[in-house]
Design a protein around this ligand. Structure first.
Ligand code: FEO
Ligand code: CA
Ligand code: CA
Ligand code: CA
Length: 520
């Protein structure tokens, strides 16, 4: 086995640590709450190239809602559904938040850049709030509920910051909402990722560094600096604010936990090649507005402060904290932050408390299949400024997955994760054996990685989220047919046989029950 191959396998010691196991005199002892180490007997689904959403036997799915379905008499569910948050209200009743990441113009009104077409697109991004109810074991959304709301590219959202951002205290709209999380105090964090697709981007010096893709700036003069923030939403009222405190990057997600000292600590990744991982330590237990932002030096296991008053290099260049927050990528690089292979979702292991970060891939550096990074804060303290990190799972033919993206832990600590190989790459030699994007589960008891579901052609499975009793798994089926070049030749016709559609689905069944109860 070459050293490269060795790296693809999780080290035995590391694997045992993840399981909460350790060896004493060569004998295994169980340090975790997992009750069984029985090997799993579950066989993965084969790789798929078909235009079908398929699951292992023992799992069933139902549609909850599809793109542009009416949620009230005048509001539509948005496009390209992504992150899902489940917020229980009472037994069998909950609020669901769903992100709407971006638009494929030709699947809406066409590529012609008229104000009318752009205006329609601008109502289809952002996020949706839906009331859902469970009857006979099945969750359904409640049309016309007073809790149903939309945030979109027209919604005014204030900056939670004492100074203006590009001459304004309020941004117009949220878009590029990719992943997110629920805070310990019950709000939703929805993360603005590829904002440059909508507004382009510029650097601190004011030079254009990215051009927009959908050209909304032709009709609206919104500064790119108003996007690329984490947005906090109250799911009961729809009230929102942009958290300047977490910096402006292509936020995939932000995951928050309470430290031993009782402060909220939020981890967030910048999903762009060679960008960074950040952590924010709040002064408060139930707010992310005030505190200190850090960036990861993975090589030396250090969190580097981005406080302009503590870093002379930053003070000299940026002058004030508002500039640092707004162009934080440039600040991170000045301090020597470690470039990463596109940090995406972040989750906390419910058993060990460790932090897991999906690193999708970095094709420019010939890292085609990515990995899942494990971070252990020193002294088990989320406020620690030093940490250890290790590659936990590495994508490739040995593990059977490529390009991990969204993740969720179940109640016994199995790690469910989805993959995101771009549709335009599927025929590249590096990717063709992996087939359609999939949902995997890493079974904690056995260490096996099982392919649980296959997406339709060119789709990505996103937003995995369990309900409160772990009997239903919510999934977004996003962008089926994304490489279609004309509405006359869709690469996918899922799910109706015509134009492909995004949908949120619910997954239930005896196999789900077995896995989430640690019986496999
Ligand atoms: Fe929107 Fe990083 O995926
Ligand atoms: Ca994603
Ligand atoms: Ca997640
Ligand atoms: Ca992705």
């Amino acid at each position: 086995m070459s050293s490269k191959d060795k790296r693809r396998f999780m080290k035995r010691r590391e694997f045992l640590q993840f399981l909460g196991l350790a060896t004493v005199g060569g004998q295994l002892i169980n340090l975790s709450s997992c009750s069984s180490t029985t090997p799993a007997t579950l066989k993965s689904l084969p790789v798929s190239y078909q235009d079908k959403l398929e699951f292992l036997p023992g799992l069933d799915f139902n549609f909850l809602i599809k793109e542009r379905e009416k949620i009230t008499s005048n509001l539509e569910f948005g496009f390209n559904n992504d992150y899902i948050a489940f917020l229980p209200l009472e037994k069998d009743r909950a609020i669901l938040w769903v992100n709407h990441e971006y638009v494929d113009p030709y699947m809406i009104k066409g590529w012609e850049r008229t104000k009318e077409n752009v205006d329609t697109e601008m109502t289809l991004v952002g996020g949706s709030l839906l009331e859902i109810k469970r009857e006979n074991g099945q969750w359904n959304f409640v049309k016309n509920s007073h809790l149903n709301r939309r945030l979109d590219a027209f919604t005014p959202i204030p900056f939670a910051w004492p100074h203006k951002i590009k001459n304004s205290s309020t941004a117009i709209g949220t878009m590029a909402n990719c992943a997110g999380s629920i805070t310990p105090w019950g709000t939703v964090l929805t993360c603005e990722e590829n904002y440059d697709n909508f507004w382009g981007d510029r650097n601190f010096a004011g030079a254009t560094i990215e051009k927009s893709w959908v050209k909304w700036e032709k009709f609206y003069n919104h500064p790119p600096e108003h996007y690329g923030w984490v947005v906090e939403v109250n799911p009961h009222t729809g009230e929102a604010k942009k958290l300047v405190s977490l910096g402006r990057i292509a936020h995939e997600c932000a995951a928050t936990i309470i430290s031993k000292k009782g402060h909220a600590v939020s981890y967030t990744g910048d999903d762009k090649k060679d960008e960074h991982l950040y952590k924010f330590i709040s002064k408060s237990k139930d707010s992310l507005v005030e505190g200190e932002l850090f960036v990861a030096d993975i090589t030396n296991g250090k969190w580097l402060s981005l406080d302009v008053e503590k870093q002379p290099k930053l003070k000299k260049h940026f002058k004030n904290q508002t500039n640092v927050q707004t162009y934080v990528r440039e600040a991170a690089k000045m301090l020597g932050a470690t470039p990463l292979a596109r940090p995406e979702d972040i989750e906390f292991d419910p058993i060990s408390g460790n932090i897991f970060v999906a690193l999708t891939n970095n094709k420019d550096r010939k890292n085609f299949h990515g990995s899942i990074l494990k971070i252990t804060e020193d002294n088990g303290d989320y406020e620690s400024l030093t940490f250890k990190s290790e590659e936990f799972l590495v994508g490739g033919s040995q593990t059977g997955f490529s390009s991990p993206d969204n993740m969720v832990f179940d109640k016994v600590g199995n790690l469910w994760f989805t993959t995101d190989v771009a549709g335009w790459d599927k025929n590249r030699p590096e990717y063709k054996d992996f087939g359609n994007n999939s949902l995997f589960v890493f079974l904690r008891n056995s260490g096996e990685i099982i392919r649980v579901a296959n997406a339709p052609i060119d789709a990505e499975i996103t937003g995995p989220m369990f309900d409160a009793d772990y009997s239903t798994l919510f999934l977004s089926i996003q962008h089926p047919g994304e490489t279609s070049t004309t509405e006359k030749r869709f690469t996918s016709n899922w799910p109706t046989g015509g134009q492909p559609q995004n949908a949120v689905i619910t997954v239930t069944g005896p196999l789900l029950e077995k896995i989430v109860n640690g019986k496999l």
